[in-house]
Design a protein around this ligand. Structure first.
Ligand code: FPP
Length: 258
């Protein structure tokens, strides 16, 4: 519940999440190997980060690699990991210069040690930045996230730091991978499929869903703006009635109340 203006007229979503799908099909349509599609997917990542910052989005979360993607051929997984490392090495200085704060979510221990080390270093380096928060989900699954949150709470209970009765929505939210960040306002999925695919589950509770057939490597800043325009035109009721909204009954949601 984190739009800037409560009711949706012209609102910019505070948190946009993207499932970047269609790299393989984009490559196949050009007679190229799948990894060429992933490489071509880096440019729209860069463009969306820039456009999100320009449009006043506060948090951009990208689904780079899912828990299920480990099932892909070893060669493809290995090339994807190399691509992430190279993109991070190449872009980090500029991201930092533009005050972007990086955060990585997922089962880090499953990633190569060199990549884990670079992710932590990038988070450390950018942790004081006050611009766009760029979250990259790698080796991430929404179900894994719920399980790690439950385990974390159980450990705190076992240590005597928390009583089971004290576990409420806010306590659970603090244990999410995205702890401290607002829920997702707008989910964009490219590539034509209309499903969540075990991406953020808790965090998508009130998200507006936007599906486009555009394949990820062909996604442009214009496409990003079209998704924002569609979001601005939607009516978000958060469980209330249209009449309540018309009476402007929806309280202004402030940073502090999120
Ligand atoms: C899904 O397309 C895409 C992925 C599994 C990888 C996403 C990676 C990138 C966009 C590379 C750049 C990312 C960063 C963070 C630098 P798919 O292979 O499932 O496509 P298909 O459905 O057409 O087979």
């Amino acid at each position: 519940m984190s739009t800037e203006h409560g009711a949706n007229g012209g609102a910019v979503p505070a948190h946009v999440a993207i499932i970047m799908d269609g790299n393989g099909r984009w490559a196949r349509a050009r007679g190229l190997p799948r990894h060429a599609g992933h490489s071509a997917g880096v440019r729209p990542v860069r463009q969306c980060v820039e456009q999100a910052a320009r449009r006043g989005v506060k948090v951009l979360t990208l689904f780079a690699f899912s828990s299920e993607n480990w099932r892909r051929p070893r060669e493809e997984v290995s090339r994807l990991m190399t691509l992430f490392l190279e993109a991070l090495d190449r872009e980090l200085d500029e991201l930092h210069a533009n005050r972007v704060r990086l955060r990585f979510i997922g089962e880090r221990e499953r990633l190569a040690p060199a990549l884990q080390q670079r992710l932590s270093a990038a988070e450390m380096r950018t942790r004081e930045n006050t611009g766009l928060v760029l979250v990259v989900a790698a080796a991430y699954g929404g179900q894994w996230d719920m399980v790690q949150a439950a385990r974390g709470l159980a450990q705190r209970v076992a240590r005597g730091e928390l009583s089971p009765e004290a576990i409420d929505q806010a306590v659970f939210e603090d244990q999410r991978a995205l702890a401290g960040l607002p829920g997702v306002d707008l989910l964009i999925r490219t590539g034509g499929e209309q499903r969540i695919s075990n991406f953020l589950l808790w965090d998508l509770a009130y998200a507006e869903l936007y599906f486009t057939p555009r394949l990820w490597p062909a996604f442009t800043t214009g496409d990003f703006d079209a998704a924002l325009a569609e979001f601005a035109a939607r009516r978000r009721r958060f469980g209330r009635t249209d009449e309540q909204l018309q009476a402007d009954a929806l309280p202004q949601v402030t940073e502090a109340s999120r």
